[in-house]
Design a protein around this ligand. Sequence first.
Ligand SMILES: Nc1nc2c(ncn2[C@@H]2O[C@H](COP(=O)(O)OP(=O)(O)OP(=O)(O)O)[C@@H](O)[C@H]2O)c(=O)[nH]1
Length: 490
Amino acid sequence: MKNTHQLKSEKKIFVIVLLVMLVIVNAFTLFIAFSSAKTNIELVTSRVVDVINQDTQNNRSIASDLGAMLQLPDRLLNQNLGIDIKRLIGSLNETPGDREFPVWKADIDMLHRKKFTILRTFWRNFSNANKSRFTTYYTDGDTGYYYMFNGEKAVKIKGSNPHFRITGYIDTTSKMLKNNHGFVIPELFYSNVYEDAITHLPTITIGSPVVINNFSVQSSKMSGIIATDYTRPDLSGLFRDAFTQLNLQHAGYDIGVHSQKGNDVPMNIFPDNTSWLSFALGDIKLMNGFCLSARVHFTELLRIKLSGLIIANMVMLFFFLIFIRSHKRIESMMVKLTTDTLTQALSREGGKIVTDNISNGRNTILVTMDLNDFKVINDTWGHHAGDEALVFFANYLLQSVRQGDYLIRMGGDEFVLLLQHTTLEQARRLMDQRMAELRAFPFEDTSIPLSFSYGISEWQHDFTESFKKADENLYQMKKQRKQKNNESYA
Ligand SMILES: Nc1nc2c(ncn2[C@@H]2O[C@H](COP(=O)(O)OP(=O)(O)OP(=O)(O)O)[C@@H](O)[C@H]2O)c(=O)[nH]1
């Protein structure tokens, strides 16, 4: 049978295990929420990448068409595009604002007029669905020409390019084309995250190279790039759309974009000022040249797995309550089984549990006690008075013991005290004192004389042996007392 001490430590262990499980279950659920958050961002990113890829694809095809067309003689060009190239590039004196015949600024040379005219024709022939929503243009270098598709605006760049520098890119790509005799498809141009000189917004640019192939001499050269700019508001809009399409909310995420080139200006798609507690979802590849750094807020993790968290905690709470209830029932049953109902001292069974668990009896003293002439109290004042005497006596003894000492009712008016961490001498002094101080107990409106005898022994290996020795001493004390009484009557 388990004793109350064992039950208490069992309860402690259970509570610790439950708390650990509570932490594990909640941490695990939050980890699943974290994985879902990461998947959400990856899904959203792939939607954004789809749009950018589509733009890039269109730019690539315009770039490659332009590269091919630039080598054709005017006759074939006119035939293919259905235009009159000579008329279109020479319309210096046409009416300003005429849609068909652009007015060229004088500083735009004939080759570029031709380039821009071809591009304008491509762009006009393009279906709207295929046109990028964002600023798309042609440029042929840092101090070259610039043609914006949507606005149909052609300018010669004075000084440095207001957007980003592509000289390095054109040089390396040209070298690569030369080394491979033109038989390679050049990489796209990726800018870093820079501040646009016109809009003053953090911007990224992705450009498709325009290559003029000349396979007959196995040499190709770079002409420029067809590029699309994505400003912070552009990308925010793309991300917001992707979140909406996927039925997700963006409020719980911080998203920033950075390039692999470094030296970026900060570009926060969704700002990181709403939560003090957020977790990094790691670097997510946007496309070759760019990465996302995303964070998810703790509140969003809770929201994602709210039902899971509630259910997990409710289940744990349910088991906890069941355990506590059954534990309490066992505990009260144990108390009932091990306690003497009349005196509240330990019962014989309770005493056995205690004595069985005395592993090392060193410094343990066993005292047996028996009320003197208890039968007389019963016979004179009634059984009820006898009961009161027993209760009084037990309380009287319990007052003089310390924590860790035990009072056991062996039966009738016989009790055992187990005194721990004490010597035989100290115990004897205590019992003599207690014996001397006990005179009577109050019963109804009188007081009835009450005294006891005791026998004492040091703990010897087991209870039976120790009890036997103490009981012999008790018997001696009783015997001496009776002799004394007889002598005083004689
Ligand atoms: N009131 C009451 N009496 C009990 C209880 N249990 C045992 N007794 C009585 O206690 C008495 C035990 O008396 P003994 O210990 O044999 O005799 P004593 O009168 O104390 O005499 P000595 O021990 O020799 O001094 C018996 O009369 C039992 O009936 C109890 O729970 N209540």
